[in-house]
Design a protein around this ligand. Sequence first.
Ligand code: DI6
Ligand code: FE
Length: 405
Amino acid sequence: MRTLWANASVATCDDSGRVFARGAVVTDDERIAWVGDESEIPTGLRPDRVIELAGRWLTPGLIDCHTHVVYAGQRAGEFARRTAGTSYADIAREGGGILSTVRSTRAASLDELLRQSAPRVQSLLQEGVTTVEIKSGYGLDYETERRMLLAARALGQQLPVTVVTSLLAAHALPEDFKDRADDYIDLVCTSWLPRFAREQGLVDMVDAYCEDIAFSAAQCDRLFAAATALGWPVRLHAEQLGNVGGSRVGAKHRALACDHLEYATASDALELSRAGTVAVMLPVAWYVLADPHLPPIEHFRSHGVPMAVASDANPGSAPGASLQIAMNMARRLFGLTSVEVLDGVTRHAARALGLHDTHGRLAPGCVADFAVWSIDTLDELGYWIGYNPCSMVVRSGAIVLERNV
Ligand code: DI6
Ligand code: FE
């Protein structure tokens, strides 16, 4: 069916950054056929139906390119300890932190994981998100990592959202491998990766947590060599709590994304730009952990490193699931402009997931995923806190959500 989405202000978020104040979009089923000024719709494009958008803004569907929404339980007790002064790293060294969520996630069935995780994805959807990346990493044994990935895939079936999965087996060292991180990485490389490769369709990318409290740059290097040999793209959490050389390893393996990067240097930024890697900003984690070290935004800008913005939704450093709050924080705390933030949740986020050809932009041939906003200016994206101006979500050309705002 051919649909004309009429009378909208359209932000294409393509490389040209074009905006059509009196714009329109034409879709053929799940694809975009045409985008432009309403007065220039080609006469040959006769729509079967017209959806009147009454001057609202239309953007690509938002992409949350870094989340850990699949897990069981919560860590409010740790949050209380952290606000009273104990550090995130100290709690992790005591066997809390990620390992605490590993215990509750291992104990949860697939149904229980889905029951707890679906509302988090729903709240992203309400905010205009049509694509979400979901990581494993709270299993740290083969069966639970697999169950998390199955849950992520099931969420993509049950809800109108495109799910991209990352295997994050290298998230923390499981207790039974204490002091044997190399053995754990060997197990992941020689056993788990080949098993996931045989079981096609569960893993889209391989991720790692490269930090003093997690895995070293050399261990991530080995993991990425094994992952890329099996054909997977890689990405990693790097330089969040300190600089341990993660972004250089990411650049070496042409990582799709390097995430966090609070402690990255100018030369890291240069390496990322040469590798075409996206720098993913996670300001909610920065805010919750209250580490004053800011990511080197100016170096990313001057080296032309594309910046994405994501929620990092996880039970430790970014509880909840809100991309709009991340957008606000990226502006207020990291100093990104409203245009940088919008690009960061659309075309650059798509690039971070390897989806640049089909998602995150409004252009002919792209998937017809949109968000419609009851706002007067694009500056309102990443401005509101706790008020959601998203009034419609369109996925693959179909309206999947309408809100009265
Ligand atoms: N992303 C992560 O994977 C870790 N921090 C972050 O920003 C930890 C997640 C957690 O504490 O559960
Ligand atoms: Fe994360």
